[in-house]
Design a protein around this ligand. Sequence first.
Ligand SMILES: Nc1ncnc2c1ncn2[C@@H]1O[C@H](COP(=O)(O)OP(=O)(O)OP(=O)(O)O)[C@@H](O)[C@H]1O
Length: 393
Amino acid sequence: MKKKVVVGLSGGVDSSVAAYLLKKDGYEVIGVFMINYKDTVGTLTSSCTWEDDVEFASMIAKKLEIPFHVVDLSEHYKERVIDYMFSEYEAGRTPNPDVLCNREMKFDVFLDKALELGADYVATGHYCQKSTIDKDGQEYSQLIAGADGNKDQSYFLCQLSQDQLNKTLFPIGHLEKPVVREIAREAKLITAERKDSQGICFVGKVDLPTFLQQKLEPKKGNVIEIPNTFSAKKRDFPIEKESFNKHCFEYPYKPWNGKVIGEHNGAHFYTIGQRKGLNIGGYKEPLFIIGTDVKRNIVYVGEGKKHAGLYRQGLFIEHTDMHWIRPDLKLFVGSEQRMDFRIRYRQPLEKGTMYVEEEGVYVLFDNPQRGITPGQFAAWYVNDELIGSGVIK
Ligand SMILES: Nc1ncnc2c1ncn2[C@@H]1O[C@H](COP(=O)(O)OP(=O)(O)OP(=O)(O)O)[C@@H](O)[C@H]1O
């Protein structure tokens, strides 16, 4: 009997080709479009809304002669993604809704809907690959980076579990983007030339400050400039365990050395490394956010993108915020391991060492990292395989 696959059809070229390839491979394919975000607050007029996307998804389903459904999951999305976003920003952290959207929506609520439709698998147009490995008689699913180094989306899936991966297919993960477009052209898919969406979910389709101001009150506070009199040093080997905290948390400057240069609208609207949103002139180089203090409502800035305040040697993750895609590779207290790390989408992998201690997990990088941001996910890889992730404290 043919295996049944529900494909998340987003109206873009990647999921169209994913559905096309699955059909060609002999699967029984069903296309499903999910409505996540229906509000229009903050929507940028230049970008299309879900109504355009659903049109395209439906045309693809018709062309491929597969059944097509639209499911409205906006209530779940509000509870699991939007509310989390507001509370994280309020607490002065910068959440990653894309990662949450995958863990909570596409590979949870949506996956459940797919199983209700009798599916054996869900499939998406993500640029990443799945493989399986047999270890001591036990099978494990592996999340492998996409073959197209420019498009690899494994980072967005860093919070998936074995159960979720077991039921998932990534039909285009072994292909490069230009090849995907070429397949779409040859198959005469209407989405062949459609522009890529700006990030998953809805961020990128809304103006973030406008969106956040629905729930987060503006609150005027001081912007303090920190002079750049420090240099981000290369890591001196070895770093003593006693100084881990210093490397992860301490500012390389004394905030009281700075001077007030302007006002902001609320420290919780700002993110480390951010450049936009400060209307303060008179500087040769742009100003960057190097720290926020939501309790005292202060935003610290520094001039120039190489400002030392933007760099840290390491990061810390609470044990409760640790997630292992490969439970068999989990590190226990007292152990350490060299691995490759990524702290944001599209960042090249960075070498470092993970140290698992009683109080939590430290990652110390070989080179200082720019813009380590609390609330974001750090993901770790062994070769091309993403084996775990955690929320930066
Ligand atoms: N609204 C949606 N309904 C169903 N599936 C979706 C939806 N949005 C995204 N997906 C699935 O998640 C995958 C990754 O989403 P992302 O927004 O990164 O799309 P993308 O890389 O631009 O791909 P596409 O070209 O298919 O839009 C998509 O390929 C699709 O399978």
